[in-house]
Structure formats: C-alpha cells, structure tokens
Design a protein around this ligand. Structure first.
Ligand code: KG4
Ligand code: ZN
Length: 342
C-alpha cells in the first residue's frame, strides 16, 4: 500500500488529498475562495496567496484525518509546481517542502496540467495509449498527445484566451457573476442555441490551435446591439430569454470548436482514445457533445466526474505516482514556476 499526499494551490483553491496505489482516493479536500474573489469579478492574486497561507495547514490536516492516515503512513508528498499564480503556488510548494524535509520523504513536483490529464485515470485506471488529452480550463486550452504513460506532446494550444476565460469574460460582460462557466452552463440549458450564429472559434490556417477572443468580441457586439450589456441580471434570479439565448449560442460555438478540433487532432494522430479534462470539462453541453461524437465514431471518450475536473489535489497526488515510480524526485532547491511548460 503506497499513499501520497497531494497539495494544490495554483489558483484560488486550497486543496489537499491522500491517494493510495495510484487511483484510490482516500480523501480530497478543496477549499474554494470563490466567495472572496466574486466581489472583484475575478481572482485577486494577493488575496489568494493570503488565503492559502491561512488555509494550507488546516486543509492538509483535514485531508489526513479524513483518510485516517498518519504522516508516517505517507510514501511521498506531491505538490503543484506550476503553472499558476506565483504567490499561490509558493504557499503549496513551501508547505510540501517543509513536510517532505521533516518526514524525510520524496518530494514530487507536479505540473498542474499533468494533474488535469491524470485526473482521467483515477476513475479509469485502465485507459490505454496512445491517448489524446484536451485540457480545457480557466487558464489553458491545449491538446496533448500521450503516446505512452507519462509522455505528453502538445499538438494544439489557444492563441489568445482560454475557453474558461471566455466563459468568465462573457458572463462578466453580461453582469452574470463570477465564475461564468457554471452560470452559463445553467442559463443555457433549454435556451435556443441557434438564436445567434457565431463562427466556430478555430484558426483559418491548417493548425489545430484554438482562438476564443474573436468569439468573445462577437458576443459583445451582439450584446451591445441588443442592449444586453450588464443588463442581464435585474437583481433577482430573473434573466431574460434574450440573454439565455445569447449565452447558449456562445456556449455552442465554444463546444463546437473544442469538439471539432479535438476530433480532427485525433484523426490526424491516429488516436482513438480521448480524455477531456480541466474545469470546463464540467460543462454539461460539452460532455454531451463529446459522448455523442464518441458514440458516432466508435471512439473511447473519458470525461472525469465534475469534482475531479475542477482544481483538486487528488489529481496532483495521482500524477505524483508516476514521478514516484520513475524516481523523479524534486530536490530542496525546487521552486514555484508560474510559467512551467508541459
Ligand atoms: O481547472 P479549473 O478549476 O482552474 C484552472 O486551472 O483554470 O477551471 C476553472 C474554469 C473557470 O474558467 C470556470 O468558469 C470554468 O472552469 N468552468 C466551467 C464550468 N465549470 C467551471 N466552464 C463551463 N461550464 C462549466 N460548467
Ligand atoms: Zn486547473
């Protein structure tokens, strides 16, 4: 029995988890700061770091207690090294370093994006290779070809905004609150998604890259035209049908771009297994579209449960197992890297 403690503080979630033997989650605790940042319409880095400092010890203790695990039961400590907000990352990295040093345990420095990709293996440890992984979150929209376990080759990225960022910005523009993804997901449900015909958010050249800023501008133009900017929320829960149609049409354009490009990449690379990971993978319309495409084309599509797609530490611990098995240990000089590449 091998247990890894995972720590994740790359953005506005303070998270710790204990995972046993690669994929058995003994505990996964996530403290979201959303309520603090909501007032500002987005994450305020300075506040995020302070909150992490306050929360990190209680959250780690909670994760150990829920897992009925003592510090001596741990085989290693895994932590998100980057990418993310530097002040936030530093809190997790310092905590993990201190624990590993004190307990004389291996320290595993995990790339947040590898964590998202490995989240798909927690519920399906038997996923085969090669696989194509879409990482779609507030900070990233990338496709990685995984020819074998632990190997990641980026085949596409976004040229401008990440898909989650587009959700957040469109919601902000319409006065729908933060974060925008879950709100739009809910409001779009049942609304006419063909009310506006937005162009698919893909590059004109043959590249597989994404681009969402043009779509965002098109939504702003449509909102201005219809007099909907900031007018969506009238104080109560009432949101006009015009706004619901607008966000549904926007959501459809994002989903179409993500699905079409992923399928094109899978075909180009000759891959029949697709992983859909990251916070935006919570989106119900996106999940449905991927499952439909999979059924139509006989592809294997894996989308983790919502709790595993948004930021959490179980995915960091799970990715840590690959590092532990390979003996890829971080040394005491390891530092947070806000621009870490995968
Ligand atoms: O992976 P994540 O928790 O943090 C990052 O690494 O960025 O992703 C957060 C992003 C936010 O932009 C949020 O609006 C988006 O995921 N998101 C969603 C949904 N739930 C969260 N986007 C669309 N639909 C959702 N249901
Ligand atoms: Zn993330």
């Amino acid at each position: 029995m091998t247990r890894i403690l995972g720590i994740e503080t790359s953005c506005d979630e303070t998270a710790a988890a204990v995972v046993e033997d690669r994929s058995r989650i003994l505990s996964s605790v996530v403290l979201s700061q959303i309520d603090v940042h909501r007032a500002y319409g987005g994450v305020v880095p300075e506040i995020a770091s302070r909150r992490h400092v306050e929360a990190i010890h209680p959250i780690v203790e909670e994760a150990l207690a829920r897992a009925e695990t003592r510090l001596d039961d741990l085989a290693a400590v895994a932590v998100t090294q980057g990418p993310g907000l530097v002040g936030s990352l530093l809190v997790g990295v310092c905590a993990a370093k201190a624990l590993a040093w004190q307990l004389d345990l291996p320290l595993l420095a995990v790339n947040h994006l590898e964590g998202h990709i490995r989240s798909a293996f927690i519920e399906n440890p038997g996923i085969g290779f090669p696989a194509l992984a879409l990482v779609v979150s507030g900070g990233h929209t990338s496709l990685y070809l995984c020819p074998e376990e632990g190997v990641y080759r980026r085949v596409a990225r976004t040229r401008d905004d990440a898909a989650g960022e587009a959700f957040d910005k469109v919601a902000k523009l319409l006065g729908l609150g933060y974060p925008g993804g879950p709100v739009i997901d809910r409001l779009a449900d049942g609304a006419d998604e063909n009310a506006h015909r937005f162009k698919k958010a893909v590059m004109k050249d043959r590249s597989l890259d994404f681009s969402f800023s043009g779509l965002k501008t098109a939504v702003r133009r449509a909102a201005l035209h219809a007099g909907l900017v900031h007018g969506a929320s009238t104080g109560g829960d009432e949101v006009s049908p015009a706004v619901r149609e607008l966000v549904a049409s926007f959501q459809k354009a994002v989903v179409d771009a993500l699905v079409a490009t992923t399928l094109r990449a899978a075909e180009r690379e000759g891959v029949r297994t697709i992983l859909v990971t990251g916070g935006v993978a919570c989106n119900r319309r996106l999940r449905r579209a991927f499952h439909e495409a999979a059924a139509e084309r006989g592809l294997a599509v894996h989308v983790p449960s919502p709790a595993l797609t948004t930021d959490n530490a179980a995915m960091i611990a799970a990715a840590g197992f690959l590092h532990l098995e390979r003996g890829a240990f971080a040394d005491a000089a390891v530092n947070a890297d806000p621009n870490l590449r995968l």
